[in-house]
Design a protein around this ligand. Sequence first.
Ligand code: ADP
Ligand code: MG
Length: 428
Amino acid sequence: SYRKGGYHAVRVADQFAGGRYIAQRKLGWGQFSTVWLAYDTTTSAYVALKIQKSAAQFVQAALHEIDVLTSLSDGADMDSKCVVHLIDHFKHTGPNGQHLCMVLEFLGDSLLRLIKYNRYKGLPLNKVREICKCILIGLDYLHREHGIIHSDLKPENVLLVSTIDPGKDPVRSGLTPILERPEGSINGGGVTSLIEKKLKRRARRAVAKISGRSSPIGGIEAPKSERNLDGIDVRCKVVDFGNACWADKQFAEEIQTRQYRAPEVILHAGYSFSVDMWSFACIAFELATGDMLFTPKDGQGFSEDEDHLALMMELLGKMPRKVATSGAKSKDFFDRHGDLRRIRRLKFWPLSKLLVVRYKFSERDAHEFSEFLSPLLDFAPEKRPTAQQCLQHPWLQGIESTPNEMRNESSVEKVDVGMSNLQIKVGK
Ligand code: ADP
Ligand code: MG
């Protein structure tokens, strides 16, 4: 991908925007971009530099993302909004073409990593609550104040906020930025010199220290055995607005990443803000259990879409006929009674029962958590609560005083109730 129209190759200490930003280390990448930790010489702070691929469609996508982020960042106190802050943007010309670059506030690990760190066991419920609250504040800001649908909400796209904010205070975080490449370290042939390696190692340590990449959360080093986030005030922000749209200016019919996709999107029945609420519920479940809520697969005689709809109905009950028949693709999946054409017998497993049996939640935890989630997973999009309404839910009240978690040890071992194995799928 490092060719004409593709990624821009960056080396440690490369300069951007006339020398204002200096590349420190690669943080991550996506389909469209690479993201680097950079030092902002003007503000003496660390930032995340997102460098887009240079082909026309990527430039177009970046312009759109900049457009969305600019309106989100405009005049607001971004610290309280739980949405990533766009600091600056510019063009950078390299051997592969002209790349749009976004300068973003530097954040920590994604929720996906956090879930991995916990070895897919799920986080303590009081932490799930804190994270949920942040995401909801972010969504409320997007939906109500800007009329924007994120449309790709998933654990990778929610990043933790470092507790010590090195972006604002590099001196306190004890880090010296790399400002220039040492003499003799330029290597044209791609062979990494010793100095290059040293530089990389140093940058890696720096990132671990300020983003908490070696520990589950910003800047706090926890022993490997007990990364349980005890005593840490978890905060996070929503990122990646490449697919976001204004509710009244939609451009794509097929939105969202598969597992987090709402039923109306599968049915091509039109969508609005409530698709983000569906994805949010999927994330909340995943945080609490370590498992994705829905992992559809195609099979003999049925498609991934059909499996997805079947899994939803096994958990949430039969889809109301009115909803089932409301989309342009409804006839492909459902008969006129509102039953799936190709997956006939479903095994129903209500959410609270699943939480108790499979994930060893106490009856009370399971009841409270499913009371919170179930309304968000309403098949009828207009019946789902808004982010604002969700923030008022009893489950999210009094987080600070919540005692340490009550789930028992055996939650490590999941009991496989064979939820979807019992589906009887009938081929055409
Ligand atoms: P794409 O649109 O190409 O998917 P993303 O915006 O999702 O790009 O960024 C790609 C990756 O870069 C993310 O998954 C994350 O690991 C990292 N990243 C993005 N933004 C930041 C940031 N502000 N701070 C730290 N890391 C970031
Ligand atoms: Mg992404």
